[in-house]
Design a protein around this ligand. Structure first.
Ligand SMILES: [Zn+2]
Length: 185
């Protein structure tokens, strides 16, 4: 499945690495029933987190790819790779979903974000990711998930074998910032 990465925001697994945006690796050979189970799981988790959002419809697709990645489109489509789904437990996968939704919402409503790919004039890529982390953490809390799942998810993605050495410290910095803000809240 081609990914229009010009408008896609990425969890940051591939988006803001030295090589820039990348499409998920070609479809991996995967048991179709396992993929269907991941799809059902992601849809269920999304419905719980997205129930906190007004004014838009969102949907999630899981594609068969060993790459660890997540993407969001302004019209409300999310894409998670099966590599990401397998890596994360339910709380952490919900955090990944909430992070992606965090790019799409403002003030709890769906919102046309101008700088989804982090190239807008008013916000750097790093800012866009941190803002999505914060918005996603609020969504997680509202949905009854432990907000701590967000930094845990970032740390797991940082430790995943396919995550680039350039990206790893950025993910860990975001996780540390979330843990600090939780302590001082
Ligand atoms: Zn992101």
């Amino acid at each position: 499945m081609p990914v229009p990465f010009v408008t896609a925001c990425v969890l940051a697994v591939v988006a803001f690495s030295a090589t820039g945006c990348a499409t998920p690796a070609g479809a991996a050979r995967q048991d179709p029933s396992a993929l269907a189970a991941e799809q059902a799981r992601a849809t269920m988790l999304l419905s719980r987190v997205a129930g906190m959002i007004e004014g838009g419809t969102v949907h999630v697709t899981v594609n068969a790819s060993p790459t660890v990645g997540a993407y969001a489109w302004p019209e409300g489509g999310l894409l998670l790779t099966s590599g990401l789904a397998r890596l994360l437990d339910d709380d952490e996968l919900s955090a990944a979903v909430a992070h992606e939704l965090g790019h799409l919402v403002a003030d709890g409503r769906m919102h046309a974000v101008a700088a989804l790919n982090g190239t807008g004039a008013t916000s750097s890529a790093a800012d866009a990711e941190s803002l999505a982390d914060a918005a996603g953490s609020r969504l997680l809390s509202s949905a009854g998930y432990p907000p701590e799942a967000m930094p845990r998810m970032l740390e797991k993605v940082a430790a995943a074998p396919g995550t680039s050495a350039a990206l790893r410290p950025r993910l860990l910095r975001r996780a540390a910032a979330l843990r600090r803000s939780a302590v001082t809240r």
